[in-house]
Write a protein that binds this ligand. Structure first.
Ligand SMILES: CC(C)(COP(=O)(O)OP(=O)(O)OC[C@H]1O[C@@H](n2cnc3c(N)ncnc32)[C@H](O)[C@@H]1OP(=O)(O)O)[C@@H](O)C(=O)NCCC(=O)NCCS
Length: 146
């Protein structure tokens, strides 16, 4: 599957909000997604002919990044889109000289956990009761950047 990876702009937000609604029990609203247009965070979208197929977003803190969101349209999954989005985010983190990237994933989310492991993230611990709808623990995963 051919796709481009672009930094998220305002015009992408309605499609990303729809992707959130398809992917999560507590989806981010279009308003909440404005975070990714601020200097506090950065996000990338995978697009095909202008249509958003997937996206990833990272919150920026001094010296470190936290991956907040990653989702791919159900019909576009298993085509390497998430892997390419993580790779683009890692490039960005390196360019910004961040020391590490972290994220939380539901302990039952095998696709996300396998994906992040294949990108060099390691399980660093768990957060009990981190998620609601349904209640579930989170795995914390971290990748140190050199
Ligand atoms: C997790 C998600 C983003 C993966 O997106 P994707 O574009 O399908 O992932 P990729 O095609 O890049 O997969 C890369 C690797 O991840 C792993 N992986 C992805 N989906 C998988 C699945 N359903 N089962 C097992 N492993 C999986 C595999 O190792 C895969 O490599 P392979 O296809 O060569 O075996 C997607 O399933 C999704 O949007 N899920 C719902 C939202 C979500 O859970 N987001 C993560 C929150 S932490």
């Amino acid at each position: 599957m051919k796709f481009d990876i672009l930094q998220v702009e305002r015009a992408h937000l309605p499609e990303i909000a729809a992707l959130e609604a398809l992917s999560f029990s507590e989806p981010w609203s279009e308003n909440a997604l404005n975070l990714f247009l601020s200097g506090d965070a950065v996000a990338f979208a995978a697009t095909e002919g202008g249509r958003v197929l997937g996206y990833i977003g990272m919150l920026l803190a001094p010296g470190e990044g936290q991956i907040l969101n990653l989702a791919v349209l159900p019909e576009a999954r298993r085509n390497g889109i998430a892997k390419a989005l993580v790779a683009r985010l890692l490039e960005e983190a390196t360019a910004r000289e961040l020391g590490s990237l972290s994220l939380e994933a539901r302990v039952s989310n095998a696709p996300a956990i396998r994906l992040y492991e294949s990108c060099g993230f390691a399980v660093a611990g768990t957060r009990k009761g981190f998620y609601r709808h349904p209640a579930e623990d989170a795995l914390v995963m971290i990748k140190t950047l050199s």
